[in-house]
Design a binder for this molecule. Structure first.
Ligand SMILES: Nc1nc2c(ncn2[C@@H]2O[C@H](COP(=O)(O)OP(=O)(O)OP(=O)(O)O)[C@@H](O)[C@H]2O)c(=O)[nH]1
Ligand SMILES: [Mg+2]
Length: 463
């Protein structure tokens, strides 16, 4: 193992120096402020002696350029082998050592730590020692009641009236919901099975209401159900031309861990297999975490395409100005945190190329859609061009995600159902995603029909 102290003006400059000399395997042992700069102690098992690519401009933006002489003709099978070797994208463990530097970075480190580590010191709440015996407590209680009898009864009656108000409100809401959704129908007021099923599937109340209004009651339930799903399939907007074929500049936005980098990697690999590597540029806007760029760097080496990480010396605007004509596809990876998204959007706004960049929203189907809605509202100043629905393989109900894209009229470009690069990504087609959603939901529904039945009415009440 080799260790070395690196001095730099800033942490990011230091990390670049380490990366240039020690490569991606470097581990940060310690760091401290020295004068106006930083000193970082780094170690590496085997210094990267023979690199496949030269890091040009080591003191400026990191550019890995795959020259034409580096490139070999694309051999799909060989490429698939290399891609499968990178497997699910992993965070660089060194990131966690470094991310203790600032409050912001610390926040990231916590995000990336497994839960068990975050909660390494669970707070044990011991039951409070009784101050006195139960008998004494009763005595104390009644004494206290006597002392402040009038005050307490006022408090209790206040609470009682609040509870009654709440109950009235709930009853009112539930009556309104029953009016909206014909949950019960027929002489014996039985539950409308189609309404129930649609809500169990996770569609929003507005959507269920709209669907029920469109499917004639005269049809049998099975036909009403099928017709409702056909309407859902036809109302999911999808991109007419596949993005990879269309080309352009696409930035992947979304919550931390939503699958941005993995989806980008899948599309990059797809593009290289179809059109070769020289027309592709990968850009990482995730400057905040040391390990964040490693995946894209590794990917660019495997795919033999260019990679750039803009910074103060070469801004995003410079990169886009320079490469938007020569590259057919530019894929930009962003950092999922609020700060990371803002950094990216601010960098975009600072230049003149923002209208050329299409923002893709990566929606993990395993998350509650309130969170996604909140993210969309927060960054609404830049409209999203399309969405990628991820982790379909891990989700039991796609209804909420489908409701969101339909209600927001956000076209779906792709959906993903696994960690394999590039296989587990599919061009979005309404009927395809709905039938996949129904198949996986039905599997679980048939396994636990009771649980779903119990939840159905509740779902209608709370949504
Ligand atoms: N099962 C499954 N896992 C996925 C899918 N897409 C991504 N993942 C996994 O989800 C995890 C997070 O994916 P990333 O691509 O790193 O997510 P990200 O949005 O780039 O994360 P940050 O950069 O930290 O914000 C990784 O373990 C991926 O392998 C998918 O479709 N199915
Ligand atoms: Mg990422």
């Amino acid at each position: 193992m080799k260790t070395k102290r690196f001095h730099a003006r800033s942490m990011s400059e230091g990390l670049k120096k380490i990366s240039a000399e020690f490569g991606d395997e470097a581990i940060i042992l310690s760091n401290r402020k020295v004068g106006s700069g930083v000193e970082i102690l780094a170690a590496v098992e085997h210094p990267a002696a023979d690199r496949m690519y030269q890091y040009s401009e080591p003191d400026g933006a990191e550019i890995i350029r795959a020259t034409n002489t580096d490139r070999e003709p694309v051999d799909k099978e060989h490429l698939m082998g290399l891609l499968s070797s990178i497997g699910p994208l992993k965070k660089n463990p060194a990131a966690q050592a470094v991310t203790q530097l600032s409050g912001y970075q610390k926040k990231h480190a916590e995000y990336n730590q497994p839960k068990a580590q975050i909660q390494s010191k669970p707070q044990v709440h011991k039951p409070a020692k009784p101050q006195s015996s139960p008998r004494a407590m009763t005595t104390n209680k009644s004494a206290a009641a006597t002392r402040s009898g009038a005050g307490e009864s006022r408090e209790i009656s206040g609470m009682r009236s609040e509870i009654q108000d709440l109950r009235r409100l709930l009853e009112q809401q539930s009556q309104e919901l029953r009016k909206i959704i014909p949950l019960r129908h027929g002489a014996n007021e039985s539950v409308d099975p189609v309404a129930e099923k649609l809500s169990q599937f996770g569609l929003s109340i507005d959507l269920v209401k709209m669907l029920l209004a469109e499917v004639p009651v005269s049809l049998g339930n099975e036909d009403r159900w099928k017709q409702a799903l056909a309407i859902v399939s036809s109302r999911i907007e999808t991109c007419q031309t596949e993005l990879v074929r269309k080309g352009g500049i696409y930035a992947f936005n979304g919550l931390t861990g939503s699958g941005k980098t993995t989806s980008l990697a899948k599309l990059a690999a797809r593009f290289v297999m179809e059109q070769g590597a020289d027309q592709l540029l990968l850009v990482s806007m995730d400057q905040f975490r040391i390990g964040a760029q490693d995946t894209l760097k590794t990917l660019s080496k495997i795919l033999q395409c260019d990679f750039i990480s803009p910074d103060d010396t070469l801004t995003l605007e410079d990169v886009l100005q320079r490469y938007s004509r020569s590259k057919r596809l530019i894929l930009i990876d962003t950092c999922g945190s609020r700060e990371g998204t803002e950094y990216f959007l601010d960098s975009l706004a600072a230049g003149t190329m923002s209208s050329k960049v299409r923002n893709i929203l990566v929606i993990p189907s395993t998350t509650t859609m309130d969170v996604i809605q909140d993210y969309m509202d927060r960054f609404s100043r830049y409209p999203f061009y399309a969405s990628v629905l991820t982790k379909v393989d891990e989700s039991c109900r796609l209804g909420p995600a489908l409701s969101l894209v339909m209600e927001k009229q956000l076209p779906m470009a792709y959906w993903t159902d696994g960690q394999n690069i590039p296989e587990d990504i599919h061009v979005a087609r309404g009927h395809h995603i709905v039938s996949r959603a129904i198949t996986s939901w039905r599997k679980r529904y048939e396994q636990k029909p009771d649980a779903y039945s119990r939840n159905a009415e509740q779902h209608l009440m709370v949504n």
